[in-house]
Design a protein around this ligand. Structure first.
Ligand code: NAD
Length: 436
């Protein structure tokens, strides 16, 4: 089953429970617009290479299309459609006025020099410029993209549109708000970088409280955690959990992982220092990968596959989609799978985990803190405001806790799992905006 088919399976399950209007189900099962781009760029060697680029404007019932840009060799239209679809659901869940979108480049950016990466990104931005805008489609960072890349896009978009707005010049605040996840000096929101992890933490704390009240989890004992992925999402989430008394006993990146079998857990601050010292990728762009971390703690300590089967309380996939499959779902020993990556569990694996009584907290809830603060950034740009960290984090907490509370109620009332409950909440909000 393709990633997009897997995503639609989740939709159909929830649609059945709420008896969703068939026209709306059909509408939500298709992207509104898909864009494929051929992007020529000059390599340092002087040769020209053509890279495939994508943008899917999935649905804008709730507001401008919104979603990240991923630079990865496996990016393709199917993956981008699935990711755009999940953005639509996620934005409805946290109740921000955005629709769903996603895009990316089919490239391994680690093979590029920083100047090649900049030329390619700027070329991509020039090609995207006619299709994006603060009120139209607002990209953001995702796998292998960061605030520097967003700054280049914003700059290039500004050059393309300045002085060309309908009925006069486009406003500077609209240029600023064309992407989120920018650097703070360039209009980014304070708190955006940690937002996905922090948002997940607010949800996790509420969940643990409920499970302890129900006596599904023992009280008083610190919980053990294994995290796959140590980029923006995984590393920030690991730090927050470590600071709050969780034992992060295993972490990994694309090259493999480390496992503390004593159960004491890693000091994530030290792990981060090591990652910075040992980083092998080019320049500051590299920040966001464990790089050589595994080598420092004895290479090959643990593989990504082994990490998934560890006996921990909470397993946190925070890297890529489709890592929990029908083959390895039977081997998962965690009590909770907390999806910080988008789409880490295939539809078949999801069935197996449900049958085995493993609680899955779905991506569309768990990682929605990122887009929530992206919305705050967009809002600050559009209204020429600058919020402090306390205000950003307080508002993020309110949004995440409110979404969790509503989903938990649906879960109990309709006797459905948390993923289906989350989709039901999203469908309720999307249905209100649909008109034919
Ligand atoms: P990132 O590029 O910063 O980090 C990705 C991490 O995953 C790296 O540590 C990389 O080494 C690791 N990785 C890549 N392939 C892997 C593999 N096959 N096995 C194990 N590890 C692998 O990306 P990110 O922004 O942290 O995004 C991670 C996930 O979270 C993605 O699914 C993304 O869509 C999702 N997400 C990100 C945000 C955000 O704000 N950045 C928000 C919501 C969801």
């Amino acid at each position: 089953m393709s990633t997009f088919d897997s995503a639609l399976t989740q939709l159909r399950k929830a649609a059945k429970v709420v008896d969703l209007d068939i026209s709306l189900l059909d509408q939500l099962s298709l992207p509104e617009r898909t864009i494929t781009l051929a992007i020529p760029f000059k390599k340092d060697s002087g040769e020209t290479e053509i890279v495939k680029g994508y943008r899917v404007q999935y649905n804008n019932l709730l507001g401008p299309y919104k979603g990240g840009l991923r630079f990865h060799p496996k990016v393709d239209m199917d993956e981008v459609c699935a990711l755009g679809f999940w953005m639509m659901i996620k934005n409805a869940i946290v109740n921000v006025p955005f629709g769903g979108g996603k895009g990316g480049l089919e490239i391994d950016p680690h093979q590029l020099s920083e100047s090649e990466l900049e030329r390619l990104t700027r070329q991509f931005a020039r090609k995207l410029a006619p299709n994006i805008g603060a009120e139209v489609d607002v990209p953001a960072p995702d796998v292998n993209t960061n605030s520097k890349i967003m700054d280049w896009i914003e700059d290039e978009y500004g050059k393309a549109v300045r002085g060309k707005g309908k009925g006069g010049s486009i406003k500077e605040e609209e240029i600023k708000a064309v992407v989120t996840g920018k650097s703070i000096l360039n209009g980014g929101s304070i708190g955006r970088e940690e937002a996905t992890g922090l948002g997940g933490f607010f949800v996790l704390e509420k969940l643990i409280k409920k499970l302890r009240e129900e006596k599904t989890l023992p009280a008083g004992r610190p919980l053990t955690v294994a995290i796959q992925g140590f980029g923006n999402v995984g590393s920030n989430f690991a730090s927050i959990l470590h600071k709050n008394g969780y034992k992060v006993v295993a972490i990994s990146d694309v090259k493999g992982g480390i496992f503390d079998s004593s159960g004491e857990g890693f000091n994530i601050d030290l792990v981060k220092v090591c990652r910075l010292e040992k980083g092998v990728l080019a320049g500051c762009y590299c920040i966001g990968s464990v790089c050589d971390l595994a080598r420092k703690y004895k290479e090959g300590d643990i593989s990504n596959e082994q990490l998934l089967g560890l006996e921990v309380d909470i397993l946190i996939p925070a890297a890529m989609e489709n890592v929990i499959t029908k083959e390895n779902a039977k081997k998962i020993k965690a009590k909770i799978v907390f999806e910080m990556a988008n789409g880490p569990t295939t539809a078949e694996a999801d069935e197996i985990l449900n049958k085995r009584g493993i609680m899955v907290i779905p991506d569309v809830l768990a990682n929605s803190g990122g887009v929530t603060v992206s919305y705050f950034e967009w809002y600050q740009n559009m209204h020429k405001e600058k919020w402090d960290l306390q205000k950003v984090n307080q508002k993020l907490k309110e949004k995440m806790e409110s979404a969790f509370g509503k989903i938990w109620e649906i879960h109990l009332e309709k006797k459905v799992n948390i993923r289906t409950a989350a989709y039901i909440l999203a469908l309720k909000r999307l249905s209100k905006k649909a008109s034919y």
